[in-house]
Design a protein around this ligand. Sequence first.
Ligand code: NFS
Ligand code: SF4
Length: 643
Amino acid sequence: MPRASVDESVNHILAGVAGQNIETVWDRSLQQNPRCGFGELGICCRTCNMGPCRIDPFGDGARTGVCGATAEVIVARNFGRMIAAGAAAHSDHGRDVAHALLLAARHPESGYSVKDVNKLRTVARTLGVTVDNRSTTEIAIEVAEKALAVFGQQEGEIPFIRRAPEARQAIWRRLNVVPRGIDREIVEMMHRTTMGTDQDHSNIMLQGTRAALSDGWGGSMIATELQDILFGTPSPIRGQVNLGLLSERDVNIVVHGHEPVLSEMLVLAVRDQELLNLARSKGANGINLVGICCTANEILLRHGLPIAGNVLQQELAVITGAVEAMIVDVQCIMPSLPELCKCRHTHLITTSPKGRIPGAIHHAFSEENALQTAKEIVQEAILNFSNRGNVDIPDERMDLIAGFSHEAILYMLGGRFRGSYLPLNDNIINGRIRGVAGVVGCCNPKVVHDQGHVELVKELIANDILVVQTGCSAIACAKAGLMVPESAEQFAGKGLAEVCRTVGMPPVLHSGSCVDNSRILIALSEMVRTGGLGRDISDLPVAGAAPEWMSEKAIAIGQYFVASGVFTVFGVGLPVRGSQEFYRHLSEEHEAMLGGMWAVEPDIHQMATLIIDHINKKRKALGIDKGKERVLFDMEMRRDLAV
Ligand code: NFS
Ligand code: SF4
């Protein structure tokens, strides 16, 4: 098998199970080769039962589906449905958070409470909720109700749209793509892409844009903002990352999935004295709660708890034999886990009515009985400690600093009293910082695990581009040691390193989970508002990338970044290439309409080049390009960079 990962913890575990009857995502990925070419190009359709249909990409077979749908229509419909699914996932998460906020306000005995009153007041103002002379409880109830109403809103505009720069809002209004309500846009996307409705790929994508915006400036933003209200707005915090943080002597509980509504209660439960005593009575030192995927990012950002790994490490955590319980809620949870858990003592515990897995133990978790359920789950994990067999925990771990919410970035750069993006904008204008890139998204076994993230980010910071990260991409770069301040001296260009040294921050900022990409939208809007860098997000020297994406959620994110005016490049291919016309629509035509565009580039060095060139182009347009030569990477430098 080719090298699976640049992370030695992964290679260590895979080498350990070689020859055993234990299958991982890498084995199954190889079994799928060769991949279906029609699927990769996006030109197969299962929308109705006259099909399935497929278009011959070479043009000498079928040119249309049975109904007459062309490659353009089929590709656009498939892409639109990916956006709808991704937006649905983020938004349904946001809805659960809004529900938890309502519960916190109405029933403090639930265990939830308002942690960040300042943020509550800020969000209240954006939602048009009166704050003066009202109690926190009253404000919280109305904020939660208003947020919940945004999902079912039928007319008008979703409220957070107003946080975007004026010029951006004007573009959206002109194109008639301002979301009216979150659920409405997702439903309409599904309707339009059913058999025989919208048959114009660019019209389908107008709705794709509207559905995506209802995620980025709607569901995801509600999730992030209300989570901050409930659990605290992140600020820089030290943490550690990788599988080496599983403990030989503690009860290990891995929480995996997405919603902090669950993980925050587990954080409380593992600190319960009775449960700690129980763990000790079973011969353990204590209870070690670690995270995988976005849930990991959430508990790291707010509590400094360890991250065991990103999405491709979920199976490996079980294989170590050191995990007493893996507790999951929704999204990115591999259906392969129950089989693996059979080979070890690990209990797989599902908690959400939306995400059941045959072979797992289900502990129904509802916000109402949250803390009680969390304690029961922790108890179950403790009682499983005595069933532990041999363990093989790789010795890989890394320090990091995380917690760069938009508020924390303001504070870092501007100081407590004049928190502002002015210093960032100044440093961009004077050229110390060339620009800003958001590097986000998943991992994918089709490419060497983590390599794209790490190599891209290293090349960007070497070129003085400040990198902001979320999701599994953030975990990848944290593991590679890029999220400690010292990495600035080692990897960043001179200008960026100087800024990092002055402020005491790493050149790569961890901003949270994937719903927290909404933090990046707010930060970009604030950069515009601060002045000196144009009138719109599309004027800023910024870019986005998802080098190893796999989830439909990444497509929704990509589309809302593009629609917000950001040049966005994806690796590992995009299932739209079966229609060159549609690809041109996503790139050139989107740029003309929206000021942002999609690009696809599997080669990581080329991807970095595209981003740097784009940022240089924007600097030139702003007239701030003087004295900023690109660092050209020769072969030797690229070899040094290789991880
Ligand atoms: Ni984002 Fe988070 Fe990871 Fe991809 Fe999955 S965990 S919501 S989708 S795989 S980055
Ligand atoms: Fe085939 Fe058209 Fe039905 Fe799709 S909608 S399966 S292209 S007949």
